[in-house]
Design a protein around this ligand. Structure first.
Ligand code: GRF
Length: 221
């Protein structure tokens, strides 16, 4: 079976990239990373990719006058590597229409909150301050908005009374590392049925029917 050719875009440390590298290596997903691109020369993601023998590229957005010019350069690099699915993994740039047109419904992102709650930045802090009892993470297709595209998968993470922004972010990240490779595999296996905003999985697995309650029931003492 042909492996799905992934191009990963990352600006930071790259733990999500690492989880995808690991799942490609142990063959639990039918995909291969053909290029990793960063806008930040110091991104840990570039080092992780180099260590794994993946070809890397740094394209510094600051050297382009317009967002579209930067995106054209990125798209050219992705096309040169024959990328089939673009995976944003902590990529701190907004994608322009030029990019969306080049890869229609072929760009995915991971966000550390349960969308549509808390889009944008500093979302673990916002969820804590709001007093939400659950947060989590979301893999979604990328459209023209900020974290607004159709949702593919989500994982729920309870918010604990003694959570800090960092402790919550760490527990959410653990789930990100599970659901991002899972979403890629669903796409690789052509298991997604997309109808407008609703993305459904053609799978024999029964979905969870139970609700989650936080704090849990029954209440002790
Ligand atoms: C993750 O929390 C991801 O959800 C967000 O940026 C962070 C990237 O972390 N989009 P890493 O670089 O993958 O460790």
């Amino acid at each position: 079976m042909n492996k799905l050719r992934l191009g990963i875009l990352a600006s930071g440390g790259g733990t999500n990239l690492q989880s995808i590298i690991d799942r490609c290596h142990d063959n639990s997903i039918d995909a291969e990373i053909v290029v990793v691109i960063s806008n930040n020369q110091d991104a840990g993601a570039l080092q992780r990719a180099e260590k794994a023998g993946i070809s890397t590229l740094c394209i510094d957005h600051r050297t382009f006058a317009a967002r579209e010019d930067f995106d054209r350069e990125v798209v050219a690099a992705l096309q040169a590597a024959q990328v089939e699915l673009v995976v944003l993994a902590g990529f701190m740039r907004i994608i322009s229409q030029v990019f969306l047109d080049a890869y229609p419904q072929q760009i995915i992102n991971i966000h550390p909150a349960l969308l549509p709650s808390f889009p944008g930045l500093h979302v673990q802090k916002k969820a804590l301050e709001y007093g939400a009892k659950f947060s989590g993470c979301t893999v979604h297709f990328v459209d023209g908005g900020v974290d607004t595209g159709a949702i593919i998968t989500q994982a729920v993470v309870p918010i604990l009374d003694d959570d800090t922004e960092d402790s919550l972010a760490a527990r959410i990240l653990e789930q990100e590392h599970k659901i991002y490779p899972q979403a890629i595999q669903l796409i690789a296996q052509n298991k997604l049925r997309i109808a407008g905003r609703r993305v459904q999985v053609t799978s024999s697995q029964e979905p969870t029917e139970q609700g989650l309650i936080n704090p849990p029931l029954p209440l002790a003492d």
